[in-house]
Ligand binder design. Structure first.
Ligand code: GLN
Length: 198
């Protein structure tokens, strides 16, 4: 059976574990270097990318994860997890580091101070049955992408209309929003399908 790890340094780890458990895979929290070798794929949760970056270095999982991603291990990042998969981060802290892998520039806390969090229906390529209810919490958006990146979803209404919020590059998937908080398993299933196909 597929073993999918959830990076358990900080953030909404439990919610991702619960969503994955419903997708017929073995889901386990990972935070030690040795545990990174034992997983088929990785979910990087929402939380705070500056903290996650710091803890990944402290727990000595930064390099092991970076290496496995470069070797093709599939990963899905939501919100802070998206930032961790971005090749370039705007409005980050000077010392914050990302694993990278997706040829995109993301802007942290992009939706503005006056809207800390909001929900909006977003159609996702590859997700059937209508738009997902996307929950954004101090979320990044994707400011630009390389031609390797598939844009799977954009904000459909309001002041941020057209902003890219779901992307895929090969074995890597990222969303600005948090499907793990909604009980809608379709984005997790999309990721599990990606892992099975790879
Ligand atoms: N603003 C956070 C960051 O920069 C992300 C917020 C979230 O994951 N909900 O990491």
């Amino acid at each position: 059976d597929l073993v999918i790890g959830v990076l358990a340094l900080q953030g909404d780890v439990r919610e991702h574990l619960a969503a994955l458990a419903e997708c017929d895979v073995i889901a386990r929290p990972v935070r030690r270097p040795g545990e990174i070798d034992e997983i088929d794929a990785l979910v990087i949760p929402g939380g705070e990318s500056t903290t996650m970056s710091k803890l990944a270095l402290t727990f000595e999982v930064f390099e092991p994860i970076h290496k496995r991603l470069a070797e093709g291990m599939p990963a899905y990042g939501s919100c802070a997890g998206m930032i961790m998969l971005a090749d370039e981060v705007l409005d980050g802290r000077a010392d914050q580091r990302s694993f990278g892998g997706i040829g995109m520039t993301v802007r942290r806390n992009a939706f503005g101070r006056q809207v800390d969090s909001f929900e909006s229906p977003v159609d996702i390529d590859g997700v059937e049955g209508g738009p997902v209810n996307a929950v954004f919490i101090r979320a990044p958006w994707v400011e630009s992408v390389s031609d390797q990146v598939e844009v799977l979803g954009r904000v459909a209404s309001g002041p941020a209309t057209g902003r890219m919020v779901a992307v895929r590059q090969g074995h890597l998937l990222a969303t600005s929003f948090h499907p793990e908080l909604t009980g809608d398993l379709r984005v997790h299933r999309l990721f599990v399908d990606m892992v099975r196909e790879g």
